[in-house]
Design a protein around this ligand. Sequence first.
Ligand code: FAD
Ligand code: NAP
Length: 337
Amino acid sequence: MNILENVSLKSYNTFGIEVKARYFVECWHVHQICDAVHWQKTNNLPLLILGGGSNVLFTQDFEGLVLKISLLGKEIIREDDENVWLKVQAGENWNTLVEYCVARNWGGIENLTLIPGTVGAAPMQNIGAYGVELQEVFEYLEAFDVASGTIYRFNKKDCKFGYRESIFKNELKNRFIILTVVLKLSKKPTLNFSYADVEKFLKERHIEPSVQSISEAVRQIRIEKLPNPAEIGNAGSFFKNPYISKKHYEYLKQNYPNLPAYPLNENTYKVPAAWLIEQAGWKGYREGNAGVHHRQALVLINTGNAQGKEIWQLAQKIKKSVEEQFGIVLQTEVNVY
Ligand code: FAD
Ligand code: NAP
């Protein structure tokens, strides 16, 4: 076990925020995780579990142990005419896994193409895009209990998946280290190209929907629309898309006839946070080295050497103005430390 001291986390978070970890260890094997957690507990230090750092905002130095998960490997654990069950180690890159499945025509995660980060972090917020969520292909995961040192299995129900939510982002945050994730992929997939951008992409090019073509459509749309973290620091959507009541929606619709919204059930509507933020005048806004992306208002950016605090303060201003204008309280999607 190689525990490093005073390590810069700048290259370990896609926002590119310069903070230091008092202690840092990268783990490629489960026994290293056991040793690192034992050491952290013996020294009575806080623990921060890190994957690809694409959904975190660091606002200060971390005075504890940052444990980077780099467990690698994947294996087919079951297969029949219809499905493949794939067990994947937590440190595997998510998009590389998507490409691996798409190349074999195994359907289920093609809509989740180009989401950054690791497989182990995917259940944390039940990653989702273009009408598909991880939970649709999720079978179970194995996780190391920091408190007891035991490995437990979590089935779908145990994970309490929700919209960009799971039990691991809430009541069990920092308690379990996800080690492996088992996905059930389909050899005869039901395709989802319901999102307007994907449908339009395929239609305009006269392309038949398939696992490959949907993945490619999503890839190209995302490259066009989203800032590449390698070029400009960001963590994707900063806020979640809010759910509001039908009554609230109808009230807002009177003042904002163009308000986009998606009914979820009889009484609930999902409203795009990007639209609210843009209406409140924030799209393309800059404040020092923090800003709001000019094409996607839900993405906050680090335009230079922003401190995490600057990004966080800007986020609070946006939140306040959206609440004042629309009576909607935005919830942060990114994990703030
Ligand atoms: P990290 O940022 O390292 O960690 C995120 C959280 O998970 C932290 O709280 C961390 O402690 C915890 N964690 C990480 N690994 C483990 C583990 N093995 N066990 C226990 N806890 C762990 N998300 C979407 O849902 N849909 C999108 O379409 C999407 N698009 C994005 C686009 C861009 C450009 C960017 C930058 C981000 C996007 N995201 C999206 C957010 C992000 O990519 C995902 O949430 C991703 O799953 C985070 O993975 P990570 O490995 O980088 O996690
Ligand atoms: P978009 O397609 O312009 O849609 C705007 C919003 O409306 C999205 O947030 C989406 O909600 C919702 N929406 C659109 N079509 C819908 C439909 N047919 N049914 C239900 N809801 C619909 O969004 P975008 O910003 O370009 O992003 C495209 C997809 O990638 C979205 O699914 C988005 O969540 C995902 N994405 C996520 C992140 C992240 O960091 N979390 C970053 C970039 C992109 P949903 O968000 O619920 O899908």
